[in-house]
Design a protein around this ligand. Structure first.
Ligand code: AP5
Length: 213
């Protein structure tokens, strides 16, 4: 099963993608996580991506597509995956589509997690991310057992650089211009499914399970 997660920054795509990955035994492939791991490791790719990410801009398609195609060509993606944060532009979706068509494959579900912009700004200021394993929490809605410490690996939790209010507003603006058109793209292919992302994360996952079966 090949799944694409759609939705604004902070809609809960990552939270749901991890739950789907665990529940259905699929790899969770997040371009944002791949970029952040490279920033942390100080690689040339990380340095290039950081300049865009810190301003809330998209990393150029050419670079992003190359990284994604390399990742999904790995063995663990043979039987499917959950894509989180990719595609984010129509050209990215078209390349993915063309690559899958070559193998007689396609995206089975594009799940759009819908949350209004005003909720997003509130959510992002409360998000905390693990510096080590990338697990995410929310200080009110999904708190860790011990404040400031990751439940999964015991490392420190931080506010992401791109979660500052001004940057979040830029990211939302770019989302509406460049990423929202993907909703029509996948609707036209008959694979779009919408879920109400304002419910709590367990309830959102229940709705997704009804879609995936
Ligand atoms: P990326 O990491 O993909 O960021 P994003 O899409 O902006 O998504 P987020 O991770 O911010 O949000 P999310 O929807 O996953 O929400 P989450 O589950 O964490 O990308 C970062 C950057 O990398 C981009 O800005 C860009 O520069 C670059 N990039 C990445 N991919 C790219 C691409 N394809 N092309 C070009 N550039 C690319 O939830 C948010 C918060 O809400 C958390 O605190 C969470 O705990 C909480 N929460 C989750 N669900 C709920 C709920 N139901 N109720 C209450 N709180 C909830």
């Amino acid at each position: 099963m090949k799944i694409v997660m759609l939705g604004a920054p902070g809609a809960g795509k990552g939270t749901q993608a991890k739950m789907i990955a665990a529940g259905y035994g699929l790899p969770h492939v997040s371009t944002g996580d791949i970029f952040r791991a490279n920033v942390k490791g100080g690689t040339p790719l990380g340095m290039e991506a950081k300049a865009y990410m810190d301003k809330g801009k998209l990393v150029p398609d050419e670079l992003t597509v190359r990284i994604l195609l390399d990742r999904v060509a790995q063995d663990d993606c043979k039987n499917g995956y959950v894509l989180d944060g990719f595609p984010r532009t129509i050209p990215q979706a078209e390349v993915l589509d063309a690559e899958l068509s070559k193998m007689g494959e396609k995206i089975d579900f594009a799940i759009d997690v819908e949350v209004p912009d005003e909720n997003i700004i509130r959510r992002m200021s409360g998000r905390r991310a693990c510096v080590n394993c990338g697990a995410t929490y929310h200080i009110v809605h999904i708190p860790p057992k011990k404040e400031g410490i990751c439940d999964a690996c015991g490392s420190e939790l931080i506010l992401r650089d791109d979660d500052k209010e001004e940057t979040v507003k830029n990211r939302l603006e770019i989302y509406h211009k460049q990423t929202q058109p993907l909703i029509d793209f996948y609707n036209n292919k008959g694979v779009l499914k919408e879920v109400d992302g304002t419910k709590d994360s367990a309830a959102v996952f229940e709705d997704i399970k009804k879609i995936l079966g």
